[in-house]
Design a protein around this ligand. Structure first.
Ligand SMILES: Nc1ncnc2c1ncn2[C@@H]1O[C@H](COP(=O)(O)OP(=O)(O)OP(=O)(O)O)[C@@H](O)[C@H]1O
Length: 282
């Protein structure tokens, strides 16, 4: 192992040439990436680009095959992961799939502080329960507190899981495709909630993974575009979310609109290419 750099205490994520390799394939990397306290990042890219792989390092679930990953001022490989994990809130389909259908929403949220899914043998105090309700309120989901998880709609589940991720007052919040599977109303509602969170100066640093620019909440400050495991662009959101960068990442001409702080993308119309298989003309 080469010389490992010291972590910068002001950075929540500090990746230096991190790379994950499995069975001879590079899943993601090398990626160097810094996330500061007040930053809200979007990680965007096509299917298979390596977004979730990168997030698995950021959530301390896997170590990079090479490179150095510092998280919250600690170095992966040198720190006790069980101490690091409660400081990172995570909402993802992997977390969602582990929640039993008969789990009561209040238990699901409150148990995050104990790093378990569901209420087990713990005795929670009133402060914990109050905080759980407060977190549900901040996501507009307080009316679901006594429901079982299995009876919730997809949009309600997403909001409850984000409330759970916030329960431990994490320093870093990771949201892996929070709007996946939501209808238009559900998506817009979630984008509005995440906008409030992004603009809250007391909120943790946030990293949101998505495939769709329409899901980027106003208030997000930075973006990283990935393609085939590599970085197409990263930095301030207005410099990264551009027609040229999206066209490169998605391998087709993408037209982009930026209206009221929201992004909207579509394939640019190329004259003579409107028929299926049509490659002549233009
Ligand atoms: N354990 C593994 N072994 C081999 N290949 C893997 C493994 N896990 C992921 N991959 C591959 O790594 C690549 C990146 O996967 P990843 O899930 O990080 O992409 P993603 O950008 O999150 O994709 P999606 O948007 O479809 O969720 C994919 O080609 C995937 O098939």
């Amino acid at each position: 192992m080469g010389v490992v750099s010291e972590p910068d205490p002001d950075l929540l994520i500090q990746f230096e040439d991190v790379l994950i390799r499995r069975g001879g394939n590079t899943l993601v990397g090398p990626v160097s990436w810094n996330v500061e306290l007040d930053e809200r990042w979007v990680v965007l890219g096509p299917n298979g680009a390596g977004k979730t792989s990168l997030m698995r390092i950021a959530s301390a679930e896997v170590y990079p095959t090479s490179g150095t990953a510092h998280l919250l001022g600690e170095t992966l490989g040198r720190v006790d992961i069980s101490e690091l994990k409660p400081r990172i809130g995570m909402s993802s389909s992997a977390v969602a799939s582990r929640v039993p259908g008969d789990e009561i929403v209040s238990d699901l949220v409150v148990s995050a502080g104990y790093a378990v899914l569901g209420r087990w043998r713990e005795q929670y105090d009133a402060m914990d329960t109050d905080r759980a309700v407060e977190m549900l309120e901040s996501l507009g989901a307080e009316h679901l507190v006594d429901r079982t998880y299995g009876t919730l709609s997809e949009g309600e589940r997403k909001r409850v899981l984000i409330a759970r991720a916030l329960m431990t007052d994490p320093e870093l919040l990771l949201l892996d495709e929070p709007a996946a599977g939501l209808d238009l109303g559900g998506r817009e509602d979630l984008v509005a909630r995440l906008t409030d969170l992004a603009l809250d100066p007391d909120a943790p640093a946030i990293v949101l993974i998505t495939h769709h620019v329409e899901e980027i909440p106003p208030g997000f400050t930075h973006a990283m575009l990935l393609k085939e495991g590599g970085v197409v662009a990263q930095g301030l959101i207005e410099d990264v979310i551009t027609s040229a960068n999206l066209s490169e990442a998605f391998c087709q001409e993408i037209a982009l609109d930026h209206v009221d702080g929201r992004y909207f993308a579509r394939r640019a119309r190329v004259p003579g290419r409107h028929r299926r298989g049509g490659s002549s003309g233009a």
